[in-house]
Design a protein. Structure first.
Length: 387
């Protein structure tokens, strides 16, 4: 593997009060088919040390299925969804027990939070999860979050919907965290898969996660060359983009590095740092930006795209040229130009079927076309956040 020779210590502590730490399956099973207890204990001790310093930490941890598979002496080549659910049900308690044993030595309480896509899709569910996590933090309890694989059919059937990288990004935005740290086995992002490309170049800093950066994740390469979990490098980059778009920082680093969390928080320039590309956003706007909340897409013409980029305008039906759905009134949609570049996200005043009937028309024709109206705007500026 090649690395960026320009890496230097910053030695300026990170000004992060609330941090989400994501630990991947490949890291937790390093050099063993079972959960590596040494790694769990070491990282839990580091998180406990941060907590003692007044830093609020939420842990997103993979490893339930791997833990259950070992407990039931199963092969790692399992494709049956119901069996994976069984492994998750058995393994989640065992994984949590490992964390609890270590945190108990520091007199720190932990709480399990198992989430599904459905919990995060609807605004009410999103708020309920947010309130619970914030209350746990307030009570100095460390939440340990995982996807609820017992019921999360989408992820277990290997559709590209769920993974803990995405979940960690959603949780970061959900609780208004300052920083997401994604820990795996690799020390950060490379220009290509370093397991197969000896000329892969290490990248220490990313200012903007554009199409070129996203392409570095490829379609299949994982952080250890073996697909242990569900989130490969592509999922990590998409998660980082979700967080940085909302104004927080993401760091991708190796959890095999001794005292990695302590060193990162002290300002050492380890791993790959993804810098914020937007201002800190209020929780409601973060929810609108999350992929999981978005139900459709509106394509707008160049005039409307220019107006949205330059000014804080509402989106009117005249500027809409395409609708991808289906979605209902009140759902979140993305707004893209004709080059498929996403400009904004917002809450739609109309359903996809209704917009298809009024797209390209002036606002005064909404009522005559539909027989009713919910306002002149397809998406009002107060319900819109620009990227």
């Amino acid at each position: 593997m090649s690395s960026d020779k320009s890496r230097k210590n910053i030695n300026k502590p990170l000004a992060a009060k609330r941090v989400v730490v994501k630990i991947g399956s490949a890291l937790l099973t390093h050099k063993t088919e079972a959960i590596n207890k040494t790694i769990v204990e070491r990282l839990a001790n580091e998180i406990a040390a941060l907590s003692k310093k007044g830093i609020e930490v939420i842990l997103v941890s993979s490893g339930a299925i791997a833990s259950g598979r070992i407990a039931l002496n199963m092969s790692d080549n399992i494709h049956d969804v119901s069996l994976k659910q069984v492994l998750a049900a058995v393994g989640q308690g065992l994984l949590l027990q490992l964390y609890e044993q270590t945190f108990n030595t520091h007199d720190i309480r932990i709480a399990q939070a198992l989430l599904t896509r459905h919990d995060m899709e609807e605004r009410l569910g999103y708020l309920n999860v947010r309130n619970t996590l914030l209350k746990l933090i307030e009570l100095n309890v460390i939440p340990i979050v995982n996807e609820n694989d017992v019921v999360n059919i989408e992820q277990l059937s290997e559709k590209t919907i769920g993974d803990n990288d995405t979940l960690s990004a959603l949780v970061t935005n959900l609780v208004d965290a300052d920083l997401l740290i994604i820990l795996g086995k690799l020390d950060g992002l490379y220009s290509s898969d370093p397991h197969i490309d000896k000329d892969a170049r290490f990248i220490s800093s990313i200012d903007n996660i554009d199409k070129t950066v996203l392409a570095m994740g490829g379609d299949s390469w994982s952080e250890d060359g073996i697909a242990v979990g569900y989130g490969g490098m592509s999922a990590k980059l998409k998660a980082a983009k979700m967080v940085t778009s909302a104004g927080a920082t993401t760091i991708m680093a190796s959890g095999l590095q001794e005292d990695i969390l302590t060193k990162l928080m002290a300002g050492e320039n380890l791993g790959t740092r993804f810098h914020p590309t937007g201002d800190r956003l209020e929780s409601r706007k973060r929810w609108m930006l999350s992929d999981i909340a978005q139900k459709g897409d509106l394509t707008i013409d160049s005039g409307a795209a220019g107006a949205l980029r330059l000014e804080t305008n509402s989106l009117l039906p005249a500027g809409v040229v395409g609708v991808t759905g289906p979605f209902s009134r009140g759902d979140v949609v993305t707004i893209s130009d004709e080059s498929e570049i996403t400009i904004a996200a917002g809450i739609s005043n109309y359903s996809s079927e209704e917009i298809n009937q009024v797209k390209g028309k002036h606002s005064e024709r909404i009522r005559t076309t539909l027989g009713y109206d919910y306002g002149d705007e397809i998406v009002h500026r107060s319900n819109m956040v620009k990227l």
